[in-house]
Design a protein around this ligand. Sequence first.
Ligand code: GLU
Length: 229
Amino acid sequence: MSFITRFAPSPTGPLHLGHAFSALRALDAARAGDGRFLLRIEDLDQAAAGRSSRRRSSRIYLARPCVGDAHPATIRAPGRLCSNAEPAVERGLCYRCFRTRRELLGLARQRPARAPADLFRRASGAAEEQARLVRSEPFAWRLSIARRARRSVAKINELSFADETGLVKVDPGRLGDVVIARKDFSASYHLASVWDDALQRVTQVIRGEDLRDAAHLHTCCAPCSPAAG
Ligand code: GLU
């Protein structure tokens, strides 16, 4: 099977027309390429906090008949995939970020010209970080885009993805140093999405315009993912 695509909604709210459009585009592409169409429920909140979003997930399952019989969807149970950030941490691609969302917003307002990655970095060096660790303060793992770029075998700036107008050159730093493991869970959307795509051997990701910035990041991180080695 050479063509595998997926529709991966998060059960964080009701499905809307945008979801339907993305799902149909992916399904059409799978049919045209004689490939497979996967349905994956990306339920990180349930995995993180045991919060039940089962009701919303089951609504997504109800949409399954729309897919038709010719190309049956593969359904993955929520929380069965998504991995953790350990391999990236072990490879020195991440750093701890203790800052809260409120602190980051405050800093961004104070120094709007600062590069996003600077805002995320530790406030007062290794000693402060050590003290926070001793106090068991929660932290997130952020991916250092600069380190990722340095370690890359392929030049990530040469990668691209397709949109309606043609090929778009990847801008790896567009979202700054993103969180790949949340304070409350061993993954974030960005990590889980790339990781699960690799595990499920997804060859084409078809998604809405609202995820364009994520596409820049995910395209350049895909070579780190498990299937790609
Ligand atoms: N789970 C994401 C969402 O519902 C989209 C996943 C993706 O296409 O990467 O917005």
